[in-house]
Design a binder for this molecule. Structure first.
Ligand code: NAD
Length: 435
C-alpha cells in the first residue's frame, strides 16, 4: 500500500470509491430520508451528485495538483531552480457534522486521500443511517490501515481527539470547534475548522424584490434551514419591508404549498433536542407567517418572524433551522450596529442593484464568503475558497485548495554547481562596504 508516494495508487482508490458511491447512491438517498426526511432532490443536489463531481474533479486533476511546482528563483540564490513539493501530512482525522452528513464527510476525505494521507473519519451520531452506509462504502473501498470510519458520539470523538494526528479537519459548531482547537494545540497539530455563525442577508430598496424573495426562501429553507451558510436573519430597508415580506410569503407557499408539513420537499429537524431549541425561539406574537410545530415528527414550518429586539433569544446565536427573523433598517449606520454586534459570520448576502452599495458592504464587513443577489450558491464553485474567518472558522477548502490543505508545502532550492558566488562566505572583512 503505497499511498504516500504512489499517485497512481491514490487515483485507483479514488476511482474505486467513485464506483462504490455510484453503486450505493440510492441507499444514501434513502438513509438521508430516514435520518431527517431530506427530500430526494436535495439529497441528490447537495450530497450525492456533489460528492460524485468532487471525486471526478479530483481524479482528473490529481497528477497536476500533486506535481512539484516550479517557482521563480531568487536572484540571491543564482544559479538555482526552486520548487514547492507537496508532502502528505500523514494521519488525518476528519470529524463531520449531521446536516450534510454525506457530503461534508466524504469531500474532505477524498481530498485527504488524494493528497496521500491515512484518514480516519468520524461521522455524526445524529444521522446514524447515513453514517452506517458511509462506513460500508469506505470499508468496501479502502484497506483499513489506509482509510476507516469510526462511528460514535461525543465520547468517541473526544477519544479520537486525545490521540496524536498530523492534521485535523473539523466541520461543526463553534463551541465544539474550540474543543477541537484546544485538543490540537497540545501537540501543535494543524487544523481546519469549518464552523458557523449568524449570516446577515441585506435587502435594499433597489433590489429586485421578487427574485430576492425566491432566492432567499430557497437558501433559507433548503434542508429545513439546517445549513451553515443559510441566511440567518434579514435586514431589509424599512420602506420596502411590507412589500418584501409579502413576496417572501408568496414564495414559501409556491415552494411548499399551503401546508408545508405535507410537502415532500421540506425536511425535518434532526432530533428532539434541536426541535426544542428552535421551538423555544418562536414568540407567537412576532410570527407573521408559519409558526406551526409538531414535536412528535420534529416538524417546524417555514416561519417568518418580525423582530426588533436584538436581545431576543432568536437573535442570540446561529438559528440553524427554518425560522427567519426580519429586521428593518433606515440607514447604513443601522446595518453597521446590527452586523457588528456579532462575531464574523460564515456568509453574508446582499440583494441590491446598486453596485457601489454592494461593493461597500462586501468591503466593510469581514465574513467567510457570500453572494450578491443570491444565497448559498457560492458553495458550488470549486474555484472559490470556502471557509470562515474569526469565529466562523479557520482555513478554506474546495477544488485544488482542498488538496493543498492536506499537503505540507516544502520549499526547495536546487542549486547548480557551475558557479559559486563567494560574497556570503566568511571571512566577511569589509564586504558590507562593497554592497
Ligand atoms: P457539532 O459541533 O455538535 O458536531 C460536529 C461533530 O463533532 C460531530 O461528529 C459530533 O459527534 C462531534 N462532537 C460533538 N460534541 C463534541 C464534543 N464535546 N467533543 C468532541 N466532539 C464533539 O455540530 P453539528 O450539530 O453536527 O453541526 C451543526 C453546526 O455545524 C452548525 O453550527 C453549523 O453552522 C456547522 N456547520 C458548518 C459547516 C461549514 O462548512 N462551515 C458545514 C456544516 C455545519
Amino acid at each position: 500500500m503505497n499511498y504516500k508516494t504512489n499517485i497512481d495508487y491514490r487515483k485507483e482508490t479514488l476511482i474505486k470509491l467513485l464506483n462504490n458511491v455510484i453503486i450505493h447512491e440510492k441507499e444514501i438517498i434513502q438513509a438521508l430520508y430516514d435520518d431527517f426526511k431530506k427530500p430526494e432532490f436535495e439529497a441528490v443536489l447537495t450530497e450525492t451528485s456533489y460528492v460524485i463531481s468532487e471525486l471526478k474533479d479530483t481524479i482528473k486533476n490529481i497528477h497536476s495538483w500533486a506535481k512539484p511546482r516550479k517557482v521563480f528563483p531568487s536572484i540571491l540564490n543564482f544559479p538555482s531552480t526552486d520548487y514547492i513539493y507537496k508532502e502528505p501530512y500523514g494521519k488525518v482525522l476528519v470529524i463531520a457534522p449531521w446536516n450534510y452528513p454525506y457530503q461534508l464527510a466524504l469531500c474532505p476525505l477524498v481530498s485527504a486521500v488524494a493528497a496521500g494521507n491515512q484518514v480516519v473519519l468520524k461521522p455524526s451520531e445524529l444521522t446514524p443511517k447515513t453514517s452506517a452506509v458511509l462506513a460500508k462504502i469506505i470499508s468496501k473501498t479502502f484497506h483499513v490501515n489506509h482509510v476507516q470510519v469510526v462511528e460514535g458520539g461525543v465520547e468517541v470523538s473526544q477519544d479520537l481527539l486525545s490521540q496524536r494526528w498530523d492534521y485535523i479537519f473539523f466541520t461543526g459548531s463553534v463551541p465544539v470547534g474550540k474543543i477541537v482547537a484546544k485538543a490540537a494545540a497540545v501537540s501543535l497539530t494543524p487544523i481546519t475548522l469549518e464552523l458557523g455563525g449568524k449570516n446577515p442577508c441585506i435587502v435594499d430598496e433597489t433590489a429586485n424584490l421578487k427574485i430576492a424573495a425566491k432566492r432567499i426562501v430557497w437558501g433559507k429553507f433548503i434542508n429545513a434551514g439546517q445549513t451553515c451558510i443559510a441566511p440567518d436573519y434579514i435586514l431589509v430597508q424599512k420602506d420596502i419591508k411590507n412589500k418584501f415580506v409579502g413576496y417572501l410569503k408568496d414564495e414559501i407557499t409556491a415552494a411548499y404549498g399551503s401546508n408545508p408539513k405535507e410537502s415532500g420537499d421540506f425536511a425535518r429537524i434532526v432530533n428532539s433536542k434541536n426541535w426544542s431549541r428552535l421551538a423555544s425561539m418562536i414568540e407567537p406574537e412576532k410570527v407573521v407567517f408559519g409558526g406551526q410545530t409538531d414535536a412528535e415528527t420534529c416538524y417546524i414550518a417555514p416561519t417568518l418572524i418580525e423582530e426588533t429586539n436584538l436581545d431576543s433569544l432568536i437573535m442570540k446565536d446561529e438559528i440553524f433551522g427554518p425560522l427567519l427573523p426580519i429586521l428593518s433598517y433606515e440607514s447604513e449606520a443601522d446595518i453597521h450596529v446590527i452586523i457588528s454586534k456579532y462575531e464574523k459570520p460564515l456568509s453574508l448576502y446582499v440583494f441590491t442593484t446598486n453596485n457601489s452599495f454592494a461593493k461597500k458592504i462586501i468591503q466593510t464587513y469581514s465574513f467567510g464568503g457570500g453572494c450578491i443577489n443570491d444565497t448559498v450558491v457560492h458553495f458550488s464553485n470549486k474555484r472559490l475558497p470556502f471557509g470562515g474567518v474569526g469565529h466562523s472558522g479557520i482555513g478554506a477548502y474546495h477544488g485544488s485548495l482542498s488538496f493543498d490543505i492536506f499537503s505540507h508545502k516544502k520549499g526547495i532550492v536546487k542549486k547548480a554547481n557551475w558557479l559559486d558566488l563567494t560574497m556570503r562566505y566568511a571571512p566577511y572583512n569589509n564586504k558590507l562596504a562593497t554592497i
